[in-house]
Design a protein around this ligand. Sequence first.
Ligand SMILES: Cc1cc2nc3c(=O)[nH]c(=O)nc-3n(C[C@H](O)[C@H](O)[C@H](O)COP(=O)(O)O)c2cc1C
Length: 334
Amino acid sequence: MLGNPASEFAVGALKLPGRAFLAPMAGVTDLGMRRAAQRFGAALTVTEMLDADFYLGRDPAAALRAEGAGLRHHVIQIAGCRAETMAEGARRAEAAGAAMIDINMGCPAKRVTGGFAGSALMRDLDLAVSLIRAVVGAVNVPVSVKMRLGWDMHSLNAPELARRAEAEGVAMLTVHGRSRCQFYQGKADWAAIGRVRQATSLPVVANGDCTSLAEADEMLRLSGADAVMIGRGAIGRPWFVGAVARHLAGLPQAPGPDAATRLAVARGHYRTLLELMGTEHGLRHARKHLAGYAAHAPRPDAALRHRLITSENPADVESLLEILFESEEPAVAA
Ligand SMILES: Cc1cc2nc3c(=O)[nH]c(=O)nc-3n(C[C@H](O)[C@H](O)[C@H](O)COP(=O)(O)O)c2cc1C
């Protein structure tokens, strides 16, 4: 089924307990989400992207994104386009407890690519490689690179970037099977990730559009990758990443968490956000998660969901969550 049948996954000296990871998502993979995913078996979680300049400028929002208390394998992702700041950012991340540094070469957002960071680096591989070299040289922990297939369909240069990253000492590659110009349109091309697999002997992680156990199998079959990374498919159900990890390890699939457990996860995540961010900011930030949990509640209810994501009162939010998750229904599959 997989290139490597063992469920353990080594990245440099790092031994990971499985082959399904939570993807970095700005505004989403806060510490509460990463903790919840890890608790249910995600082998690795990655912070939201940190702009290296803001991180070095001690921006409080960047510091919050870099938080990793309670995580087994804390991966901090940095973005930028200057070698000195990327190296310095990586050093700070390592000092803050990161077990691995991930370099963002995949973000398609104009505000990021306009600064020649994120996926814009795939248009200038010499610059991309100079950043990789600076980061690898700055830290002792493994360094990974997350990329897309290329800038557009006429420049699918991920295999070349992979080869050059390997030569610079990178330990792992993640490939989102779309070009930058596709943003999130169409379907991720899992077979195209296979061209990166063939270009390098590094561990390759396939990413893009994995929302079911069957899709995880198909993604690995078509790409030949070693592991999968799941982003949007884990919003509102952080336990899904662990379910994929167990499935890929060939373990029997346990039923997904019951309604009471899902309620406890949603409530715990919500409380973590209020605690970390303060009530005002936490309330606003939590809305996308609340919408996600509501979508996976036993009895999705549009009116309750609306009240949940517009409420300004934490006690009301908790009561609404309880109502949403009150159910006699059996546990759902992941
Ligand atoms: C809201 C959002 C924020 C994202 N932020 C980041 C980020 O900070 N760093 C990054 O490398 N990718 C980021 N991504 C891309 C995801 O990591 C992933 O590559 C993409 O969503 C495809 O995977 P999926 O189909 O499993 O979601 C983001 C995606 C979304 C939807």
